[in-house]
Design a protein around this ligand. Structure first.
Ligand SMILES: O=P(O)(O)OC[C@H]1O[C@H](O[C@H]2O[C@H](CO)[C@@H](O)[C@H](O)[C@H]2O)[C@H](O)[C@@H](O)[C@@H]1O
Length: 382
């Protein structure tokens, strides 16, 4: 066994131990799922939980005990806080490693399969879509300090000089663009509900976009502001909770909330939302996300941007979307349904996904982006 493969095995073992801990703590939702049941059970559970979470479609009266599905879903979909158990039995670990290996075979590394991705781009214009948190920046406790490294910024800048590049984020557009600090990019903030093109001087030569600006949820602004104020007031008694105003949507963070208080936090959020049937609730990584019930998401934003760039109904385009979160699945699904381009999921653990490839963490995203730039520069020189 090589040193590299040994290291990878050790990483896998850690991921597996954490996943096993989740499965132990919440056996109803095994995670990662068994190889055979992975697709069906994860998808079913997630859909069921989302249905129960969807207050807009009548969530019904439910309590907020630890055994409540809503609270359970906060736990199962936000695994990082769960500590690995002290010891695991070898056979169990081995089986989970096998499951992870099986997942990696169906969602192989975009780095190891770089040549295949490049081969698929032959004669096509690559268009890049990048999620921000957990993709370009590592997940940190304070959302206001989720900075992107200078190396990553440099790589994204180089990337955008070769390919049209968009940032697609749940954050407020102004906030994410202040983190990225590159005016040559397209930005789709608030989960795609706030889209803006690059400044005039940066328009990409191969695109015919004009000043793109699309805000399909603008009528919800007063309601979102009102709910933001209510949530700040209602949740202030929960230590560590935090409400973030993302302009067309809101985030209620529970990364720094004691697990014992999650139920109470969920209760408070729901008590506010019950008066707003036009808002719905979804989950991200240790975050409850509140947004208008309109049929608009990151997938629609991807389609909107492709069309704005003049690539709609064309076969000579290869969109690549890199993201780490549930909300990115809408974009992965669009690519899968269109049979166009590739979704790349950033994850260290097996997850139900519509992505075709995977990368383990933002440092691998950085390597992938750099390779794309190097390949483009090399092919331009030849
Ligand atoms: O679509 P994204 O760009 O991935 O945005 C999704 C949410 O990201 C941020 O929250 C996440 O990152 C934080 C900083 O690392 C972390 O503290 C939090 O637990 C994560 O959920 C952002 O703050 C949210 O508003 C976005 O909705």
């Amino acid at each position: 066994m090589t040193k590299q493969s040994l290291v990878r095995r050790q990483d896998l073992a850690v991921a597996v131990v954490v996943a096993s801990a989740i499965a132990d703590a919440f056996p109803r939702f095994s995670y990662p799922p068994t190889a055979a049941a992975a697709t069906v059970s994860c998808a079913k559970n997630y859909k069921r939980l989302l249905h129960q979470l969807d207050l807009g479609s009548g969530g019904g009266a439910v309590g907020f005990r630890r055994d409540n599905p809503w609270v359970q879903s906060m736990m199962t979909l936000s695994p990082t806080q769960i500590k690995p158990p002290v010891a695991r039995t070898a056979p169990l670990m081995a089986s989970h490693v096998e499951e992870y290996d099986a997942w990696m075979r169906s969602h192989p590394s975009a780095l190891s399969n770089f040549e295949d991705i490049i081969a698929a781009s032959k004669g096509k214009q690559i268009v890049m879509f990048l999620d921000y948190d957990g993709t370009l920046s590592p997940i940190v406790e304070d959302p206001d300090r989720a900075f992107m490294s200078d190396e990553m910024r440099e790589a994204v800048r180089d990337l955008a000089s070769h390919f049209p590049t968009a940032i697609v984020s749940g954050r407020c557009r102004e906030k994410v663009s202040s983190f990225v600090k590159l005016s040559e990019l397209y930005y789709a903030g608030s989960h795609g509900m706030d889209i803006k093109g690059p400044n005039d001087e940066h328009k990409h030569a191969k695109t015919r976009t004009k000043a793109v600006l699309f805000q399909p949820a603008s009528e919800f602004l007063p309601m979102i502001d009102e709910v933001y104020k209510s949530l700040v007031e209602t949740t202030k008694s929960i230590p560590g909770s935090r409400v973030e105003n993302n302009k067309f949507c809101l985030s209620v963070h529970f990364r720094c909330v004691d697990e014992k208080k999650w139920s109470s936090l969920a209760d408070k959020v729901r008590s506010v939302l019950k008066d707003y049937p036009k808002l719905r609730l979804t989950h991200g990584r240790k975050v409850l996300e509140i947004r208008p019930t309109i049929k608009w998401d990151k997938g629609k934003a991807l389609e909107f941007l492709l069309e704005s760039l003049g690539f709609d109904d064309r076969n000579d385009v290869l969109p690549l979307y890199i993201g780490d979160d549930r909300t990115d699945e809408d974009a992965f699904k669009v690519l899968r349904d269109r049979r166009q381009g590739f979704g790349i999921l950033v994850s260290k653990i097996a997850k139900e996904t519509n992505a075709s490839f995977s990368l383990r963490e933002p440092t691998e995203v950085l390597r992938f982006l750099r390779r794309l730039v190097e390949w483009k520069q090399f092919s331009a020189d030849c």
